[in-house]
Design a protein. Structure first.
Length: 254
């Protein structure tokens, strides 16, 4: 099946009428070190979201490619919007879908920096009984598998992200730059002193922009990550399709 953007207004009416859930992929356009493209996060989110085009009960919306990435701003090519702008954009996009009768959605997220805004948007949409739109982070869906496949804390342009994109877009990954990425990477995200976070931007703790051990990346492992994430997303969509809308709203005070 097609994504919503590939429909005409006539065929979109039919697709929206048949659907129970909207799928909104969101990500970022930001540095991912010397081996991965700037579009890593939105390309991953879009790939997972597009797996739902096989379902008649879901409509896949256009990808939102720029997110909350100000903490990467010192690296060339990074684009970003404010937390508030991103939250409002997602909220109003889902509100527009709700006007067409789709009041359940899954936001397929490819960028950790988007999470606070997505959680606030989901709460607002639910509190106002406009839509029920939980965010789904692909890395959370494959956390156990990634822990088995890679020896890293990771978090950004690491072995897991590199493997996934290597599987999805081999032409966009530069394997010859993985050692450079790892040489300048930090072992884990951020820096703290006596329990206080003291690093606010990626440049504060990573010279290359990467976090983790990207030299462990392997496209076959990326395929396993993608298949596992696809299955988890499919299970979430099944759950949401079957859940009555009345059960999605906040409970009443007793």
């Amino acid at each position: 099946m097609r994504t919503l953007a590939e429909h005409t207004t006539t065929t979109a009416a039919e697709a929206l009428e048949a659907a129970e859930v909207a799928v909104l992929p969101v990500g970022s356009t930001e540095q991912h070190g010397p081996a991965l493209p700037l579009g890593m996060d939105h390309l991953a989110a879009e790939a997972f979201a597009r797996t739902a085009t096989d379902r008649e009960d879901a409509v896949v919306l256009p990808t939102l490619p720029v997110g909350v990435s100000v903490h990467h701003r010192q690296f060339d090519g990074t684009l970003y919007v404010s937390d508030e702008t991103f939250e409002r954009y997602v909220t109003e996009t889902i509100e527009s879908v709700a006007e067409h009768g789709l009041r359940k959605a899954v936001v397929v997220n490819g960028h950790g920096g988007n999470s606070p805004a997505l959680n606030r948007a989901a709460r607002r949409l639910r509190d106002e009984r406009t839509a029920f739109a939980p965010p789904w982070n692909w890395w959370d869906g494959v956390e156990d598998l990634a822990a088995d496949l890679f020896d890293e804390d990771g978090g950004h342009a690491d072995a897991a992200e590199t493997s996934l994109l290597w599987h999805l877009h081999e032409d966009l990954v530069d394997p010859d730059a993985l050692e450079t990425a790892e040489d300048g990477a930090s072992d884990s995200w951020g820096e703290s002193v006596a329990g206080a976070a003291v690093a606010f931007d990626t440049i504060d703790f990573s010279d290359s922009g990467a976090v983790g051990r990207p030299t462990q990346a392997d496209p076959e492992k990326g395929e396993r990550l993608f298949e596992a994430g696809r299955d988890r997303l499919d299970a979430l969509l099944d759950w949401l399709v079957e859940r009555p809308l009345a059960d999605c709203w906040p409970g009443e005070h007793k």
